[in-house]
Unconditional design. Structure first.
Length: 100
């Protein structure tokens, strides 16, 4: 399942949506924690995807950047599934869709 991290005024909530609706992430994207952080800092990140089984020391800084920059976060069950969604043969801790 995916969990969307959405802003509602000043509060933030998580909502679920089924993984079966998405086969691959579409649009311009970057994969990996360093590239995702760079995209968030530069204001290019539209949606950030984070694998639930990724190490907290990798994902915590990304989550904090998303909060600071009001970027939507979607959680994916595993690194393997996120890698598959990104069209790569290995797992990914984070990825993001870039603004057009």
């Amino acid at each position: 399942m995916f969990y969307d991290f959405l802003n509602e005024g000043e509060s933030r909530t998580f909502t679920r949506r089924g993984i079966s609706m998405i086969a691959k992430l579409t649009g311009k994207k970057v994969v990996g924690a360093k590239q995702t952080a760079k995209a968030i800092k530069s204001g290019q990140a539209k949606i950030v995807y984070i694998a639930e089984d990724a190490e907290a020391k990798v994902t915590a800084p990304i989550l904090e950047l998303c909060k600071q920059n009001n970027v939507e976060v979607v959680f994916v069950e595993t690194m393997k599934k996120l890698g598959m969604l990104c069209g790569i043969d290995v797992g990914a801790a984070t990825a993001c869709i870039l603004s057009e």
